[in-house]
Design a protein around this ligand. Sequence first.
Ligand SMILES: [Zn+2]
Length: 354
Amino acid sequence: MAGVLNAQEALELFEKSKTHKMAYPAVNVTSTQTVNGVLEAAAKANSPAIIQFSNGGALAYAGKSLDNSGEIAAIAGAVSGAKHVHEMAKLYGVDVILHTDHSARKLLPWIDGLMEAGENHYKETGRPLYTSHMIDLSEEPIKDNLETSAAYHKRMSVIDMILEIELGVTGGEEDGVDNTGIDSSKLYTQPDEVGYAYNILNAISPNFTIAAAFGNVHGVYKPGNVQLTPIILKNSQDFIKETYSIDTENPVNFVFHGGSGSSRAEIREGIDYGVIKMNIDTDTQWAFWEGVRDFESKNRDYLQAQLGNPEGADKPNKKYYDPRKWLREGEKTLVARLMEAFENLNSIGANDKL
Ligand SMILES: [Zn+2]
C-alpha cells in the first residue's frame, strides 16, 4: 500500500527497520514544494519517509498573515497539509509516516485541535489523519511530563496513532525555541528515565517512540560544542531489557532529533541502538535555498526586469521569474540532499526488504 500509515503499520515498519538497521529521515515541511520534494526523494530512494509539520511550519502552510488565536491557523494549516500528503503520497507510491514535531505545554491547544480533527477523520475513514504527534514536555519534571503524555497516549492509541515524547533536552535553537544556553547535563538522558517512561507508556500500548537526548542539537553549529554520545541509547536499551526481562535486541523505538550536521558514522551508531527516525530540518532548509540561489546567480541578467536581458532590450524574462521555475530548482537540491539522508540512514531500497 502507499499512503499515510497507521500505528500498526508504522510499528511493523520499525521492527523491520531495526532488523535491517535502517531508519528514515523525518523532514520538516512548510509548503507544497517541500512536501512534494520529500515524496519525490522517497519514491526515488524506494523507501518510506516521515513528513512532519512543526507548529511554525503548519502556520506557514496556512499563511503567515492569519490570526492564530487559539492556534486556529496552525490547526487549519496542519489539517490542510495532512490532506495534501494523504492525496499525494498515493500518487507518488510512497508510504508516509505523517507527524507533528515538538509541542511544549503552551502548544497543547494545537494538538487538541488536531486530535479532534483526527478523531473525526478516523470516524469517517477508519484511519488516522496523522500517524503520530510529538508531545515535548522535556523541560518539565519527568513525572509531569509522563502524566500528561500518558493521557494523550491513551487517546491516540484508540485512533491507531503513535505518540512521540522527549526526555532530556535537545540543544540549539529551532522554530523559535532556544535551548542554546541550557545546562549541559540536561542534554544527556539517563537510562533509568527512559526505563520509567517506557514502563508507563508500554502499559497503555506499544504505540510510542522516545526522543532521548544524547548531546544532539537543533541547527548546525561549529563542531565541538557538544559531544554526541549515542551510547546513551544502548545503555537505555540494556537497562530496559534487564529491568523488564525483555529479550529483543532493541525494545525502544528511538528518535534522533537534531540530525542536521551529523556524520554518517554517528547516524549509523544511533541506528545500531534502535534509532528508527532521524529529524532533519536545518540541512534541508539549506538544500532548498542552494537550488534557488544557484538559479538566481546563474540567470541574474535575466531576472532584473520583466523585459530586457543580454539578448535584447525587449526580450521577455517570464520563463526565468515564473515561480515554478526557481521553486523547482529548490526542490531538486532538496531531493538531492534527501538522497544523501536516505543513504546515511541505510534506507535506500527499504521497500524491497522483508
Ligand atoms: Zn527536535
